[in-house]
Ligand binder design. Structure first.
Ligand SMILES: [Zn+2]
Ligand SMILES: [Zn+2]
Length: 340
């Protein structure tokens, strides 16, 4: 597929989409675009997270009686399934689009591939190995801990498990609101770990990948990985259902890959493509201090002046903000006393 009709490639080979990023139309009054926005919100990624939530409930988790008592048998089973799921989803995209490079650099924002650029900031100087090990052996086990506590709480009635038959209206509302809650939760956590101390000791690990790839998605310090996955515990605070909690858990776990795909679209066949929704977060990895949130379901970045829609104007605005910040920092520095 020809990506030149949809974007421009600069002299360095980096590709920028022609269309600027849009926040949810109900914030900008563009009601005509509402249908398109909703379809993009549901299909395919959130539909996929919902499908995996059902698959877990039907085929993976043991019955309520078993879950009521902790056992390494079911805990390790859950860890195994999560690892297998991540290995298949992230691994397949890594293998086909980054190792085999089946679509070359078409639709690729940064024409370089991480494997071609060894760097000292990573374990074994490799972004792929470093990110894989951190995702697989740190964040996925933490995800499983969150999941185990969540299921144990439901099974022991520490949390209210509403049945679908009697409370389907409320549970549908919970699911419809979940993407908005996810954006608010992620924005707040993310903004917090961008404060200087937490950034230096925690979040910088994730930002080592300036040019993110699939394994970068969950490559986090445990101080970030744990609260990131613990968003699912919000369901324990309200009357909800494990399906809804799994939807949130999987949107965080499996869904982390969205922002780290590195391509605007993945070519599935010659004429079929899959929208990645990656550009918002790609810009965050590129410029650090923009786009703390996601797609703009609740456009907090716009509200706080950190929204970057990919345009030249947004670039200028961002640079002006950085200049202002620098001037403020410089004015705080004590002036040197002249030598006597
Ligand atoms: Zn990221
Ligand atoms: Zn960040």
């Amino acid at each position: 597929m020809d990506d030149s009709q949809y974007g421009t490639r600069d002299k360095r080979g980096n590709w920028t989409p022609n269309e600027t990023l849009q926040v949810a139309p109900y914030w900008t009054g563009q009601w005509g675009k509402m249908g398109q926005f909703l379809v993009g919100l549901v299909w395919p990624w959130n539909a996929f997270h919902m499908a995996t939530a059902f698959l877990y409930l039907w085929f993976v988790i043991p019955d309520r009686e078993t879950l009521a008592t902790f056992s390494w048998d079911w805990a390790l089973w859950l860890l195994f399934v999560n690892m297998a799921g991540i290995f298949v989803l992230y691994g397949a995209i890594e293998f086909f689009y980054y190792v085999k490079r089946i679509q070359g650099d078409r639709w690729r924002y940064n024409h370089k591939f991480p494997a071609d650029n060894p760097s000292d900031v990573f374990w074994f100087k490799s972004q792929n190995i470093d990110n894989f090990l951190r995702s697989f052996f740190i964040t996925v086990p933490l995800w499983t801990v969150v999941e185990i506590v969540m299921l144990w709480a439901y099974a022991n009635s520490w949390a209210v498990w509403l049945p679908w038959t009697t409370h389907w209206v409320w549970l549908t509302v919970v699911i419809l609101l979940a993407p908005a809650v996810h954006e608010i939760y992620f924005f707040c956590l993310h903004r917090l770990i961008h404060t200087p101390f937490l950034y230096k000791h925690i979040h910088s690990v994730h930002h080592n990948s300036i040019n993110p790839s699939p394994w970068s998605s969950l490559s986090m310090h445990p101080g970030e990985g744990f609260p990131y996955m613990a968003e699912a515990w919000l369901h324990l605070l309200i009357p909800s259902n494990p399906i809804c909690a799994y939807f949130t858990l999987h949107a965080a776990g499996f869904g982390a890959i969205n922002g780290h795909l590195g391509f605007e679209k993945l070519e599935l066949t010659e004429d079929t493509t899959l929208d990645s929704h990656a550009y918002v977060h790609y810009l965050h990895h590129k410029y650090f201090e923009v786009n703390y949130g996601g797609d703009g379901v609740v456009p907090l970045d716009m509200l706080f002046g950190t929204w970057h829609d990919g345009s030249k104007e947004a670039d200028e605005k961002m640079k002006a903000r950085f200049r202002k910040k620098k001037e403020k920092q410089n004015s705080r520095k004590p002036t040197a006393t002249p030598a006597e």
